[in-house]
Ligand binder design. Structure first.
Ligand SMILES: Cc1cc2nc3c(=O)[nH]c(=O)nc-3n(C[C@H](O)[C@H](O)[C@H](O)COP(=O)(O)OP(=O)(O)OC[C@H]3O[C@@H](n4cnc5c(N)ncnc54)[C@H](O)[C@@H]3O)c2cc1C
Length: 402
């Protein structure tokens, strides 16, 4: 059976040449849509979206990127014919034995649908941070399976603490994943990401184990993923971080430190064992610098050598420290978020004080995401992204949004 994913995978075995061909195909027909430096980003992201690759969160990230490129370079619906022709011709030329004639129609149909979604995402996203490139300056193996990547973007990345941005390594072109900066925006523009290698994951093991200083990363537009401080008003904060879920919550602590307003913050950091506590130095410094309002609590779920008070799972310890009136933020693995969604309200945490990081794995996430974007634009985007995030190939799309 003809396989879109296989034909794309083979074509992307020579990503630079394929992207050059895609770009030249349009230039030769006087369709000047994109600067050459964005050809690889656009071609591979469009291709992966059409092929239906990536989980729902990854597909939302890809569409956010494509929407912003669409907007930035003023693509129009009438460009669809040229883009689809260039995409089909490129995949056919580079797919080798992965190509079968019936794929042409599937690629063309999928491309047109993906472009319609990108157009709507573009309208919803409006103007804002652009896709940019960043050079990896440092990769620190912070703990087993966790890397801290310091990236120097070529253009300043605009984001708010708690937000996440789509990140892609050109080693896996077009496969975008969300990662959260671990600090407030720095004066020097550098961005720090904390990445855990998920077993059997596609992208994260590459970021943790293979990406090296000097390599480029592609960086998409930042998005509110449910952890904005604005939503908490002036309430005291209880921040519960599982693993690398610490990154955006540490950024929130830094945001409070930058403009203290008298609120108190308890940061509960959950790891399995002491060896997994990858950011201890930074946490120590923060706690010492802000002892008057910041308390850091460590929760070890599987370490019998630490003091008994620090033994326990993250949510249990967070609940133990919870005070009425606090805004309760949780960030970590999809399993943690799922558990928090049920356990915390059952334990008496008021729904309107609960702020869970979006995982994009449930329809409810999209609804929460929409309400947190707090704008009609963002609501529109979430509808579009929901349609793109069902995990199927765009060729089989039935629910092309109105
Ligand atoms: C808003 C948002 C912000 C994020 N910020 C960060 C961050 O700062 N640092 C970070 O390391 N990751 C972060 N992630 C997770 C990240 O985007 C990827 O999902 C993760 O790195 C796995 O990608 P992958 O391609 O290796 O795995 P995939 O091949 O996409 O997925 C493999 C499987 O692992 C599951 N999975 C995804 N994330 C996790 C996890 N954390 N633990 C266990 N299983 C998981 C997926 O559901 C899937 O079933 C964030 C995700 C979202 C939605």
């Amino acid at each position: 059976m003809a396989d879109l994913g296989l034909s794309l995978a083979v074509a992307l075995a020579s990503p630079g040449r394929a992207a050059d061909h895609f770009w030249s195909f349009m230039e030769d027909r006087s369709v000047r849509l994109l600067p050459h430096q964005f050809a690889a980003v656009f071609f591979s992201t469009l291709g992966q979206l059409v092929a239906g690759r990536g989980d729902p969160a990854g597909r939302r990230a890809a569409l956010a990127v494509l929407g912003r490129v669409y907007r930035r370079f003023d693509l129009q619906p009438y460009h669809g014919t040229a883009v689809a022709a260039a995409l089909v011709d490129t995949v056919r030329r580079f797919a080798g034995e992965g190509w079968e004639p019936e794929l042409a129609g599937q690629w063309e149909l999928g491309c047109r649908r993906a472009l319609r979604l990108a157009e709507r995402a573009a309208g919803a996203l409006g103007d804002g941070p652009h896709v940019t490139f960043g050079e990896v300056e440092a990769c620190e193996a912070a703990a087993d399976g966790v890397a801290v990547l310091t990236v120097r973007p070529m253009r300043r990345v605009r984001y708010l603490p708690g937000q996440a941005l789509p990140v892609c390594t050109p080693r896996l072109p077009g496969l975008w994943r969300w990662y959260s900066p671990a600090s407030v925006p720095r004066p020097d523009g550098r961005v720090e990401f904390h990445v855990r290698a998920v077993p059997d994951g596609v992208v994260s093991p590459v970021l943790v184990e293979r990406v090296a200083p000097g390599e480029l990363l592609w960086l998409g537009p930042a998005s509110d993923v449910g952890l904005s401080l604005e939503a908490a008003g002036d309430a005291d904060l209880l921040l519960a971080a599982g693993g690398t879920g610490l990154a955006p919550l540490r950024a929130l602590v830094e945001q409070v430190a930058a403009s203290p307003n008298g609120r108190r913050v308890t940061l509960v950091v959950g790891v399995r064992t002491l060896l997994d506590l990858y950011d201890a130095v930074a946490l120590d410094k923060l706690e010492q610098a802000h002892a008057d309002w910041l308390t850091v609590v460590l929760a070890f779920s599987n370490d019998h050598d630490v003091e008994p008070a620090a033994q326990g799972d993250l949510l249990s310890l967070a609940l133990y420290h919870h005070q009425p009136g606090q805004a309760f933020y949780v960030c970590g693995s999809p399993r943690l978020i799922e558990a928090a969604r049920y356990r915390l309200p059952a334990a008496g945490v008021a729904a309107d004080s609960l702020h869970l990081a979006a995982t994009f794995h449930r329809a409810l996430d999209s609804a929460l995401w929409v309400s947190r974007q707090r704008s009609a634009h963002a609501a529109h985007l979430a509808t579009v992204l929901e349609a793109a995030g069902d995990g199927s190939s765009l060729c089989q799309f039935r629910r092309d949004t109105p």
